[in-house]
Design a protein. Structure first.
Length: 159
């Protein structure tokens, strides 16, 4: 049997108490990412191969009474994404984003991302490679939360 790292993403807006209850229910980690509408549950299952791990991951999710109650109440969506990796593979994952991934997290084009990079409050890249810059995912998420968004151009000063 192999240990598998499971990540399930659901859409919904939760209170801090609901997040903590989900974490207790899942005996796992429950976090809110990005625009605070993506709930990420992580836990582990044991299975012999990927197919069996998928079945075990979904069965575990179905047994989580708190998650199922929030889905039934319409607070959470059905799972939007299920990701499985062996524990060895999961440990190799880095929380880094390239320009395309950072732009997607911020909901902008890569051209707009390049403009935002010139601002004083934009996070500095963690690493610069020949293929481009790499950013810390948490720093990009924090920037996205603090960034003023609105349609059109901002008003000129003094008007």
């Amino acid at each position: 049997m192999t240990d598998w790292h499971v990540q399930v993403d659901l859409d919904g807006t939760l209170t801090q108490d609901q997040i903590e209850a989900l974490a207790d229910d899942a005996i796992a980690t429950a976090t809110i990412r990005g625009d605070e509408r993506l709930v990420e549950l992580t836990y582990r299952v044991q299975a012999g191969d990927l197919s069996a791990a998928t079945v075990a991951a979904l069965a575990h999710l179905a047994r989580l009474a708190g998650v199922q109650a929030l889905i039934a109440a319409g607070v959470l969506s059905d799972p939007q994404r299920l990701q499985l990796a062996t524990d060895a593979a999961a440990s190799r994952r880095l929380p880094l984003l390239g320009a395309a991934e950072a732009a997607a997290r911020l909901g902008v084009s890569t051209s707009r991302l390049r403009q935002l990079e010139n601002g004083d409050d934009f996070p500095a890249p963690v690493l610069e490679l020949a293929g481009g810059k790499l950013y810390d995912a948490a720093a990009i998420d924090a920037f996205g939360k603090s960034r003023r968004r609105g349609p059109g151009r901002p008003p000129k000063a003094g008007r």
